[in-house]
Design a protein around this ligand. Structure first.
Ligand code: BG6
Length: 607
């Protein structure tokens, strides 16, 4: 996720763009840039690092004169966070500049086509194909060139464009990435969200997918993808800036929970084609797969629990033992790791000290290493032989949500990818790939099915302790569910393998003891049912998480959370959603600092 802004009017554009980018920095902050038109030339200034570095480089915009411009703050997905990869990107003739938020899924094919046409590329980004396509189609009318270019793009994009042949004009295009127009007096704006606009105007136009806008100081025109002009209504923004950064949600954590369908879709979409999983970044690993005798996953916190959830699919499909090791333990355990081991290091930030150290230890022992990270160019990504990004976008809340679900999703994809290469005749791989492709929709359904959670939180928020129990894949989800509850509501919560209850923990179950029972795996459903009966007979109150039509569980549980039916091998990414929401609402009931829980850090870069 990145942030884009645009301006045209009577003011100098650069200071307006820089102020707007500062308001969008939470959307991405590893590099930034602006392009401003002065008479009939475009000047670009870009930096690796935050907006402050760009302000310093341009003397708060003073060194880049002109009243029309576009700007970008980046969250790297394709290409490390460098100045060359920062936006805006220029056409080869320097006459067109583009900023982009989104992912162009077919950029590799387009890049090859443009290279054959003689265009040269300065960056590793997917975005750069856009500006060269524009140059290729430009015949004196930017709007026409934009429509032709957009028709070639697959994926998501919010674009900002300026062209030196059209002074005073800014263009914007929206497809599956947010883009809003700001309507001022003698000036007009565009931005990725209202935070960058409200200090100038509260009159906005929300572009819809497939719409193109042409802005000048005194006019705003919107067209559809056939070039036909359309009328758009203006909306009055009532949010304050602070609320707008959270998309109108009370906390970043809730916003990021709600972003999960989109984040998981962004993680999956470019990687499944016709029922096959594609990882161009892992082609070098494929020849070594047959020599892998075991897989070791290592991580910390929720990333570790993501590994616990992904283990089932990896073992089932790859038919090799999969161990999941806490990074802080692995590095001191003299691990049995050698060249026959594939080590998968999972880290949202890519900067967790224990995970870095564990990864180093495994490399020294000869293992092949694969990083699953969210931050492009981070330490874990740089250390590993191979890297797969989760593309969740910046995650601001300390307690991870979309980081976890996208990590689990990547592990599902890896399991299918490895199986396709190791056992191509395995029955059902295509069907399982299709199941994984439905996860974004299932996650949205899980969000929509649980309107009762605030009431459940009000009932359970004073419980001195909560037990999360489950078997097999349900147990893996229970582990992360309990951690979420602890992290943000400060209630003691313990995840327990349901089959283990009778070996000790059940001694703690007394009158009204809340037990959250995950019952989403048909293979162990009867056993899960008996575990519920077992704890209820000792006085527990059971909040069961299951499917709507699971009558046996519905008949014994005291309260219910629901998810849509999804194959157990891939259900953890969906089961966790009601548990994230339950933890969120319990913490809210308890008046906790949800986005910045006490004693916790987003990334622990020290031991
Ligand atoms: C903790 C975070 O500090 O580190 C957790 O609070 C996270 O949310 C854990 O799961 C691991 O962090 P990372 O960045 O390596 O996934």
């Amino acid at each position: 996720m990145c942030g884009i802004v645009g301006y045209t009017g009577a003011q100098n554009a650069a200071p307006v763009l820089l102020e707007g980018l500062k308001k969008l920095e939470y959307r991405g902050y590893d590099s930034a840039g602006i392009a401003v038109m002065d008479q009939d030339r475009i000047e670009v200034s870009k930096v690796r690092g935050r907006i402050a570095a760009l302000c310093e480089k341009t003397r708060d915009g003073a060194s880049v004169p002109g009243c029309t411009g576009i700007g970008h703050t980046r969250w790297a997905t394709h290409g490390a966070p460098t100045e060359e990869n920062a936006h805006p990107h220029l056409s080869n003739d320097g006459r067109i500049a583009v900023v982009h938020n989104g992912i162009i899924e077919n950029y590799i094919a387009l890049r090859e086509e443009l290279l054959r046409e003689g265009y040269h590329f300065l960056s590793e980004t997917d975005t750069e194909v856009i500006v060269h396509l524009l140059e290729y189609y430009y015949r004196g009318n930017v709007r026409d060139a934009l429509i032709k270019t957009a028709n070639r793009l697959q994926g998501s994009y919010a674009l900002g464009v300026i062209c030196a042949d059209e002074p005073g004009k800014v263009y914007a295009v929206r497809e599956a990435s947010p883009l809003i127009l700001g309507i001022g007096l003698g000036e007009h704006f565009f931005a990725s969200d209202v935070t960058a606009l409200v200090s100038h105007t509260r009159s906005v136009i929300y572009l819809e997918d497939g719409e193109f806008a042409e802005l000048s100081a005194d006019s705003v025109r919107v067209f559809d993808c056939s070039g036909r002009e359309i009328a758009k209504k203006t909306t009055r923004i009532l949010w304050d800036v602070q609320a707008a950064e959270k998309g109108g949600y009370e906390h970043f954590m809730l916003k990021e929970i709600m972003e999960q369908p989109g984040a998981v879709k962004a993680t999956i979409a470019p990687r499944i084609r016709d029922g096959k999983v594609l990882f161009a970044e892992l082609e070098g690993l494929v020849p070594h797969l047959p020599s892998i005798r075991k897989i070791v996953i290592t991580a910390c916190g929720s990333a570790y629990y993501a590994g616990c959830a992904g283990k089932y699919a990896l073992e089932r499909l790859c038919r090799v033992p999969v161990g999941v090791e806490l990074a802080s333990e692995l590095r001191y355990s003299d691990p049995l790791i050698d060249s026959g081991t594939l080590v998968i290091a999972i880290s949202q930030s890519g900067e967790t000290a224990d995970t870095i150290a564990a990864l180093r230890e495994c490399r020294e022992r000869g293992a092949a290493t694969l990083a699953v990270v969210n931050v492009v160019g981070s330490s874990v990504a740089s250390l590993a032989d191979y890297t797969v990004y989760t593309w969740a976008g910046p995650e601001i809340a300390v307690a991870t949500t979309k980081g976890y679900t996208t990590q689990v999703t990547v592990l599902y994809l890896l399991a299918l990818f490895f199986a396709e290469h190791l056992y191509p005749d395995t029955f059902g791989l295509g069907r399982m790939a299709e199941t994984v492709q439905t996860l974004p929709r299932r996650i949205q359904e899980a969000i929509d099915m649980n309107a009762s959670i605030p009431a459940l939180a009000a009932k359970y928020h004073r419980s001195p302790a909560l037990f999360f129990i489950g078997r097999n894949t349900d147990y893996a989800a229970a582990l992360e569910g309990a951690l979420k509850m602890k992290e943000i509501s400060y209630l003691h919560a313990e995840a327990y393998a349901a089959g283990e209850l009778k070996h000790g923990t059940i001694a703690l179950i007394g009158e009204h003891q809340p037990v959250i029972a995950l019952c989403c795996n048909p293979a162990v459903m009867e056993k899960s049912l008996s575990n519920i009966v077992e704890v209820k007979s000792r006085g527990a109150e059971v909040l069961a998480l299951t499917f709507r039509n699971n009558q046996k569980i519905l008949s014994v549980a005291d309260d219910l959370l629901f998810i849509p039916e999804v194959e157990a091998l891939f259900s953890a990414a969906v089961e966790i959603v009601p548990l994230q929401l339950l933890a969120y609402h319990v913490a809210r009931e308890n008046g906790c600092d949800i986005d910045k829980p006490k004693n916790l850090a987003k990334s622990v870069t020290v031991e």
